[in-house]
Design a binder for this molecule. Structure first.
Ligand code: CO
Length: 211
């Protein structure tokens, strides 16, 4: 059996050699610590690697990825990443980046069962329900999928801002911007959806926390 994974280990050695050639202290410097300016919340899709598509290097982006770039407020994994990024690393920007052609988003639009993942996709169905009038008015299925991807990013951005973690940062005058982006797998371009929030008062009143 061919060891297809061997090429990853070989590439790693080549990569290390190349970095050291460019800067002999590269790993030494990185080993001292990280102070990334950005938190990226993206999809697990193998075609949307945070560093590559943004031209950033190790140390520049703190990353959390899951299926369909969701911000589920009972997800301890997401909350822990968010808390560490905002409260300890003090990132200045949080980017929720969705992508067109997202398998999770497309699956959530249908009625087929996929197993355990259906429970995760339920969160997407809730987003669909909130925007069903707009979505169902779009006859072209591809266009409807794309709009659902955008609306999902918008809702995840809003859900991030509803967390006490983000609101406390704002109330403490910590510079923190939350952005919603969408990546197009077909051309590699990222579009800013302009759904950024900067303060708790941008949220509906019921979600606003007092300090
Ligand atoms: Co996806």
């Amino acid at each position: 059996m061919e060891k297809s994974y061997q090429k990853l280990l070989d590439s790693n050695k080549q990569w290390v050699a190349k970095q050291l050639e460019l800067d002999p202290t590269y790993f030494e410097t990185l080993a001292k610590g990280q102070s990334p300016e950005y938190l990226w919340i993206g999809c697990s899709d193998s075609r949307v690697p945070a560093n590559e598509v943004t031209g950033t290097r190790p140390g520049e982006i703190f990353v959390h990825r899951n299926i369909a770039n969701m911000v589920v407020h009972t997800d301890m994994n997401m909350l822990s990443v968010l808390s560490y990024a905002v409260e300890v690393l003090k990132v200045k920007h949080i980017i929720v980046c969705g992508h067109y052609g997202c398998g999770g988003v497309i699956a959530a639009m249908g009625n087929k069962q996929f197993g355990l993942i259906d429970n995760w996709l339920r969160h997407l169905k809730d987003v669909y329900r909130m925007h069903s009038d707009e979505l169902e008015a779009i006859e072209d299925i591809k266009a409807r999928e794309n709009r659902f991807v955008e609306l999902n990013v918008q809702e995840q951005v809003t859900d991030l801002c509803k967390t006490s973690i983000v609101q406390n940062a704002w109330r403490n005058n910590q510079p923190l911007h939350v952005h919603g982006w969408v990546y197009d797998i077909a051309d590699g371009i990222i579009q800013d959806l302009d759904v950024s929030y900067r303060q708790a008062s941008d949220l509906e009143k019921i979600y606003q926390f007092k300090l």
